[in-house]
Write a protein that binds this ligand. Structure first.
Ligand code: SF4
Ligand code: SF4
Length: 435
């Protein structure tokens, strides 16, 4: 577990960004900035150390699919004003072995000469359990032990060693942010989140508690955009981004996925899918979207494409701290659907026919209405007595309180004025041509 040598000089972490807590975070940052200020001048490079605990590497895949900004843009310092990110990643780096691990050791020894952030993917397993059996859960690099042999260094130890001087520790994905699947019921490895591992008193050298980007896997943009905004803050180009009480970037995670869902209109009208593959709202098939904080469907999964309900999948709440146990069993309608689903169906059964009438009226031009037919062999747009009567009253309501409505006296007057201007001009032009 993390043990800060400077605990006594650091302010206590805060759990919510209330005005008081913002002041305390800013004071903590002011104190902590002294620890990362470099004599060399403006920050031109920031190292990013990627660590993988109990993970499937899916978060790495999600990160490389980011578009706004892309990992490439961050690595090339293509965003004006932002420092170059030097990424050390066990899968993506081109170096290997001792050459690859050297920078991690330098950072640990305080010899890097540039600020760094730690990105942790996967949950943090309790290595003391594995140690009892002479093994490890997840490790990277080796170090000489007391008996002269070289032993793997658990990534939990790297986290413990690198976190104190990191400008920020970012937990990437639900396993790292909350514990996720490795920490679900039956957790034999005693897996936990980065927050649980570092403890509530942890603050980075920039004065920040761990930053959490949940999702299984998270939207890649959520990670790169958050890193970019932290870098902006680090170089003095932007304010401290807004985080919620659980350390999530508030602007990315405050809304429910339901609010941005492509099927939300179906929910509102009480039309629900009966089978997988149907195009309607998936709530009766087990979708938890109305209560889950996630921007997956509005941002897209990889390169702004795909994303759960966009591609027919239900929301199983993978961004939430309770995941997966709180959302199991999957594929069963959430109990709240009994109330909200019935309410939507009741209101929808009344609203849908009314909308159909209005839609029919607006699918006709004025000419077709007068002629009473649509000049097309494709189909027959209905404009019977019901449509005519409802359309008449709807138009009356639509124009109530305004002067500018189609065929109003004022519009006719304006049109006549325009016509007389045109007629006059045409007449004058003819006289000129005759002369
Ligand atoms: S599919 Fe899920 S998120 Fe989308 S509208 Fe239905 S309940 Fe909401
Ligand atoms: S929509 Fe639901 S299942 Fe999909 S990523 Fe978001 S929280 Fe996870």
């Amino acid at each position: 577990m993390y043990h800060s040598q400077e605990t006594e000089i650091l302010p206590k972490p805060v759990s919510k960004q209330s005005p008081d807590s913002i002041i305390r975070i800013m004071q903590s940052i002011a104190t902590s900035m002294k620890r990362i200020t470099l004599d060399e001048g403006p920050i031109s490079e920031v190292h990013a150390f990627w660590l993988a605990g109990m993970s499937c590497d899916g978060c790495s895949i999600a990160a490389v699919g980011a578009k706004n900004p892309s990992v490439d843009q961050l690595l090339k310092a293509a965003i004006p004003g932002l420092p170059k990110v030097i990424l050390h990643h066990p899968v993506l780096s081109v170096t290997a072995g001792d050459e690859f691990i050297e920078s991690y050791h330098k950072a640990k020894q305080g010899k890097l000469g540039a600020p760094y952030v730690v990105l942790y993917e996967g949950s943090v397993a309790d290595e003391s359990i594995a140690e009892k059996f002479g093994g490890y859960w997840s490790a990277m690099g080796t170090e000489e032990s007391n008996d002269g042999t070289h032993q793997p260094i658990p990534t939990a130890k790297w986290l413990n060693d690198l976190a104190p001087e990191a400008a920020a520790v970012v937990a990437v994905g639900t396993c790292a942010t909350w514990g996720g699947i490795p920490a679900a019921a039956g957790n034999v490895t005693n897996s936990m989140s980065v927050m649980d591992f570092l403890g509530k008193d942890y603050l980075s050298s920039l004065g920040l508690p761990p930053i959490n980007i949940p999702g299984c896997a998270p939207v890649g943009d959520n990670l790169t955009e958050t890193i970019a905004s932290i870098l902006m803050f680090l170089v003095g180009l932007g304010p401290l981004p807004e985080f919620d009480g659980l350390g999530r970037p508030a602007w990315l995670y405050k809304d429910t996925v339901h609010r941005g869902c492509v099927r939300a209109g179906n929910y509102e009208e009480g039309v629900f899918a009966k089978n997988h593959g149907d195009k309607e709202c998936l709530v009766e098939l087990g979708c938890w979207g109305p209560v889950v904080q996630c921007n997956m469907v509005s941002r897209g999964a990889l390169g702004h494409n795909g994303g759960c309900m966009n591609t027919g999948g239900i929301c199983i709440g993978c961004t939430m701290p309770g995941f997966p146990d709180a959302f199991a069993p999957f594929y069963k309608a959430p109990p709240g659907t009994i109330v909200s689903g019935v309410a939507s169906k009741t209101v929808g059964s009344f609203i849908r026919p009314l909308r159909k009438l209005t839609q029919g009226k607006n699918n006709l031009t004025e000419r077709w209405k007068k002629e009473g037919q649509v000049p097309s062999g494709w189909g027959h747009q209905k404009h019977g007595i019901v449509e005519k009567v409802s359309g008449y009253f709807y138009s009356k309501l639509q124009g109530a309180g305004t002067e500018f409505k189609p065929n109003s006296a004022r519009q006719k007057k304006l049109q006549e004025k325009g016509h007389s201007f045109l007629k006059k001009n045409i007449a004058e032009k003819r006289i000129e041509e005759t002369v």
